[in-house]
Design a protein around this ligand. Structure first.
Ligand SMILES: Nc1nc2c(c(=O)[nH]1)N[C@H]1C(S)=C(S)[C@@H](COP(=O)(O)OP(=O)(O)OC[C@H]3O[C@@H](n4cnc5c(=O)[nH]c(N)nc54)[C@H](O)[C@@H]3O)O[C@H]1N2
Ligand SMILES: Nc1nc2c(c(=O)[nH]1)N[C@H]1C(S)=C(S)[C@@H](COP(=O)(O)OP(=O)(O)OC[C@H]3O[C@@H](n4cnc5c(=O)[nH]c(N)nc54)[C@H](O)[C@@H]3O)O[C@H]1N2
Ligand code: SF4
Ligand SMILES: [Mo]
Length: 668
């Protein structure tokens, strides 16, 4: 038995270090790396049995060609040579007739590794294909943060240990940021209190001393209401503000008249007395720490909401206090020269840019040129993209040539003309960074590829050769690309123990002393007032909603990661897709626990099993998880209800800015 280090490849802030136990070329067990400073030896329930994903009987092992109707999932195996030849013959014809922009790549972060994630960029740039605007996750959160904080470095999460008040703001940490719970436990032992501000009592509430339930999309008003109380009662840290903050006086002039607790109570649904108490306790905490989730930024007012929240630590001077501040995510991509992988210099002329949140619209319109071929890799848009009915109608187009590179026959793969089998992270090399901490780690293949699976990088090298792209660049291996990145480290990466990084150990990027009060904005101060923004001061803007009765929160499920892990029988067997509804609402609609219901709006209808639960406030329904269609009671999953509208800044997704009506399902 051999024990090899690796990294969890999934789109999760924790980017855990793994110890992989290998016997005769097979993975027999996976454990959390005790030497990884964030993982600390434990894994989430999904990855604790990663070997069940890697060696799943459902793994795709050969290329496939469609033989039934689109979406029927009926395929016949073909050789790699045949598959590559079919793709390139078709693409050459499409390029001849419509030009290369008729080909659209579609990917996000199904694997987070810097090489495999970005492997398609140099290929599609060389081809001149349409470019994808990759904004499905939370760009509005980044825009809201940087409007106030510019390029300021993120806090180190170990600050939590010294905090006396930890606010989980719109974060289901038990599902999406599990290892932060270690740090919270350490702080709690020393008496820290924990608040959760959310739209329902998500299971993380068990770890909180105070649960604050706001109406969806109204957190910006709550933050401004707290700032009102802080201003009115002179609770600001005036020395800190004088030295480090721009625009507090201007902010006071708007929050004092406009965001009274009474006004904010009407917007958020919180009691005015609670808003006052939140503000007073926050301002009087020794070192308040906010861990900001991403869900609250997936609204049409997402960037503005985040901007208002980010003003709070500035006004109370939390940044100057050991343990205080706000964490919105690390920007550790800057530690790597990824240009050496992505090769923007291969772009011959600017190509059309298509927003990934509007895939449904794009596939159904006659653009110039129309999209005639879609190449999907490490993503599952049929399940995870908003407005599923439009996406599926697009994927069903007989004249659309779809190639899907996947580990499993996903909802999207079912619509493919050609399916290509993909390796898992234990079968290919990569180098990983995290958006939840400062760890970086290299991983080499641990076992041979399962069946005929190939990595993203290998497939793009094959396609490049077959399309006649001559660059010697495509003759390199993934390890060659990583070696070049490490041979010319950025100044930041050079500060890590490079030999340990080379050898596959988890290492941390260094943080300069005093970084917490080094504000990387044009003025050098925290910019509550930012005149380069269309709105110089934060204010409350309303979410969009829909004309329907209930807000639909479609939040993460701890057993799934977006649509990944649906292949796992051990995780999904009890996983009826449920809709949680408040008892009063259920009574009002004449609905009972366990019955089949249909949630619907102008975009679609989705069947759920109803769960009547007081964890959900009146006026809100909650569906957790993005399920594969084979696991749901009807013919559609949650994204048939979500919309292709974009956020106020960053052109991001607005998954939670959606309303539905609910009725009993017809009995058949
Ligand atoms: N198990 C699991 N882990 C995951 C994922 C997963 O699907 N499952 N997804 C991964 C990905 S891609 C990402 S981006 C990350 C982060 O994943 P996100 O999907 O951003 O999850 P959270 O940051 O936990 O935010 C979700 C929480 O926000 C709450 N929320 C929704 N709207 C509002 C609002 O208006 N106000 C407030 N206060 N709260 C609101 C929801 O009720 C929920 O509890 O997690 C990653 N990790
Ligand atoms: N309703 C609703 N929808 C959502 C969200 C939500 O909260 N609610 N969250 C949104 C967010 S934040 C995000 S980031 C997106 C994410 O959406 P996606 O990026 O599509 O993520 P996954 O659904 O995890 O699909 C990743 C796929 O990649 C495959 N894969 C893994 N590794 C590899 C590899 O190395 N090569 C290849 N070729 N394939 C691989 C996996 O088998 C899996 O099917 O979903 C969004 N969709
Ligand atoms: S999914 Fe997240 S918590 Fe689970 S092992 Fe991977 S990085 Fe860690
Ligand atoms: Mo995401």
């Amino acid at each position: 038995m051999e024990v090899v280090r690796s990294v969890c490849p999934y789109d999760c802030p924790d980017a855990c270090g793994l110890l992989v136990l290998v016997k005769a070329g097979k993975v027999v067990k996976v454990q959390g790396d005790p030497d990884h400073t964030f993982t600390r030896g434990t894994l989430c329930p999904k990855m604790a049995h990663y070997e069940r994903t890697v060696h799943s009987p459902q793994r795709l092992t050969t290329p496939l060609r469609r033989r039934g109707a689109k979406g029927s999932g009926s395929f016949a195996p073909v050789s790699w040579d045949e598959a590559i030849a079919s793709i390139t013959t078709k693409w050459q014809a499409i390029i001849e007739q419509h030009g290369p922009e008729a080909i659209l790549p579609y990917s996000y972060a199904g694997t987070m590794g810097l090489v495999q994630r970005n492997a398609g960029h140099p290929f599609f740039y060389s081809l001149g294909a349409s470019q994808l605007e990759r904004t499905i996750c939370s760009p509005a959160k980044g825009c809201g943060w940087s409007a106030v904080m510019g390029q300021t470095m993120a806090l180190h999460t170990r600050e939590i240990h010294a905090s006396d008040l930890i606010i989980l703001w719109g974060l289901h940490a038990l599902a999406t940021n599990l290892h932060i719970m270690h740090d919270i436990r350490i702080a709690r032992k020393q008496g820290a209190r924990v608040w959760l501000i959310d739209t329902y009592e998500n299971p993380t509430a068990r770890a909180a001393d105070w649960l604050i339930v706001v109406r969806p999309g109204t957190d910006g008003a709550l933050a401004l209401g707290m700032l009102h109380v802080i201003a009115r009662e002179n609770l600001a840290d005036q020395d800190f503000v004088n030295r480090y903050v721009q625009g507090y006086e201007e902010l006071k002039a708007t929050v004092l008249p406009e965001y009274t607790p009474a006004a904010v109570s009407r917007i958020t649904g919180l009691a005015a007395a609670d808003i006052e108490e939140l503000a007073r306790l926050y301002a009087s905490a020794r070192a308040p720490y906010i861990q900001l989730g991403s869900g609250l930024s997936r609204y049409s007012n997402g960037a503005m909401t985040v901007r208002a929240i980010v003003c709070l630590p500035a006004v109370v001077g939390a940044w100057a206090k050991p343990g205080g501040g706000l964490f919105a995510g690390t920007s550790t991509g800057a530690a790597f020269d990824t240009q050496g992988v992505t090769r923007e210099d291969f772009i011959k002329k600017p190509a059309r840019i298509i927003n990934m949140n509007q895939l449904g619209q794009v596939l159904n319109e006659t653009g110039k040129p129309p999209v005639m071929s879609l190449y999907v890799y490490h993503s599952n848009p049929a399940a995870i993209a908003p407005d599923q009915n439009q996406v599926l109608a697009g994927l069903a187009r007989e004249d659309l040539f779809t190639v899907v590179h996947e580990r499993f026959l996903t909802d999207t793969a079912n619509y493919a003309d050609i399916v290509l089998p993909a390796t898992t992270s234990l079968e290919h090399s990569d180098i990983y960074r995290s958006y939840g901490h400062y760890g970086v780690q290299r991983a080499r293949a641990v076992i041979p590829a399962v069946g005929q699976a190939k990595s993203n990088w290998e497939v793009f090298c094959l396609l490049a050769a077959a399309m006649g792209l001559q660059q010697s660049f495509f003759a390199q291996s993934a390890d060659d690309l990583i070696d070049s990145m490490l041979a010319r480290p950025t100044a930041w990466l050079a500060g890590t123990p490079l030999a340990a990084l080379q050898a596959g150990f988890p290492v941390e990027l260094p943080l300069p002393a005093g970084y917490k009060t080094e504000f990387k904005t044009p003025s050098g101060k925290i910019e509550i007032l930012n005149t380069s923004q269309a709105e110089p001061l934060p204010r409350y803007t309303k979410p969009h909603g829909d004309k329907a009765g209930f807000w639909l929160i479609n939040a993460p499920d701890p057993r799934l990661l977006n649509s990944s892990f649906n292949e796992r029988e051990d995780l999904t067997r009890n996983g009826k897709m449920r809709l949680k509804m408040n008892p009063a609402d259920a009574g009002g609609q004449g609905l009972r626990d366990g019955q089949l219901v249909v949630a619907y709006n102008e975009r679609g209808e989705v069947a759920f099993t109803l769960e009547v639960s007081s964890a959900v406030p009146a006026g809100v329904v909650v569906g957790e998880g993005v399920w594969w269609l084979q696991h749901v009671p009807g013919s559609r999953s949650v994204n048939a209800l979500t919309s292709q509208r974009l956020t106020d800044q960053g052109r991001g997704s607005t998954f939670y800015d959606v309303k539905v009506n609910v009725r009993a399902a017809a009995v058949s």
